[in-house]
Design a protein around this ligand. Sequence first.
Ligand code: KG4
Ligand code: ZN
Length: 409
Amino acid sequence: MIVIALETSCDETSVAVVDHDRLVAQSTYSQIKHHQAFGGVNPGVARRAHEERLPLLLKRTLARTHTTFPNQKACDCLYCRSPRRSSLVVHRSSIDAIAVTVGPGLPPALEVGLRTAKEIAILHSLPLIPVNHLEGHIASVFLKRSSGAPYVKNIPQLQFPFLSLIVSGGHTELVVTEMNDERLKMKDYENNSSSILHPSSLISHLLLGQTLDDAAGEVIDKVGRELGLGYPAGPVLEHMARLGNPKAYPFPLPLKNTPQSDLNFSFSGLKTKAVQMLVGDHRIGTYTQRPRSSNVARRSIQDFSASFQQAVIDALAFKVTRAVKHTGIKQLVLTGGVSANLELRRQLRQVMKACGGQLFTAPIGFTGDNAGMIGLAATFAYNRGEGLTSPEEIEAVDRQPNLQFPLTK
Ligand code: KG4
Ligand code: ZN
């Protein structure tokens, strides 16, 4: 199945062509510089930037892949017209469906992608597949290159059910993902291996826990802003932390004394504590790259960054360990913008190893929001019967800013 996918849930405008699990092409525009002055994502600015960029990205991605809609004439670019060269390009003249993120996300931002997807679906009589952004983040680990090689090398070892930790600027969720393969129920089903893309593969997700207040990336950005690290602070904080002492400043472990079955997170206490330390007792000051900034100030910012990053990692690792014990599932997928953090990856890999399990991380370059993961998640949704074909059904689809997986019992 060839899907065009649109992602506009937050501050990345992204379009992809996905052929089953293979990413054929993807164009992403990051709006970071539009939001820097606000120190966070401004929803109105995000909407305008999506409106400006989405048509351009769509055109570029389709042209690059020589993809056309079913009721259009074949691609007539120079490559496709030349009989000698045409063997060099992949002709994808038939798109099977259009996928779009419907939530969770910022309402004005989600609306841009959804409106465009509806227009395309109705104009070209294509099914519309509404996609849960969180399912997209989980699907990112299964993406393959256009050559068919998986981005995540150890992915063949991942088995259902598995746990996922989604950590980004808007999310901190622990999820369990299962697959019911109808073929396994058939007597004459000879091959016992199940494919994530087979039409009988029904992938479903249940929520084990989520943040009760701020998301992990959100507090990293807020504390980073107090430190003067700019927006988004995550990558700079990681860089500073690499040079600092993670034990220099003490932070509490949130929700430590809750029952073993509690798999929720809380980060607002860490944020408050960090800000108190910055402006109160320790007066660390802010980071500037000017040579005037003294070595002592630089050192303390590095130590503070390392200590705060460690506090966030400890909070995540604590609940991951609990989730493994609680569910007995020993394979964890780590995904979302914060999963780009190499120290988080390293420590969670150790945690999973200590539990006798294994960590699978979103491919670098696909940790943040991207349309490729939405295109693959669309196939999961399509197999569950979530593709819509009638214009009435398509028109009725609404954005779902607070979309969430169902809770485990
Ligand atoms: O998934 P994402 O691109 O967008 C959202 O859906 O939020 O995640 C962005 C978040 C920001 O909070 C950013 O500071 C954080 O991911 N982030 C990092 C790193 N790279 C991005 N946090 C820690 N370490 C990083 N290397
Ligand atoms: Zn995201």
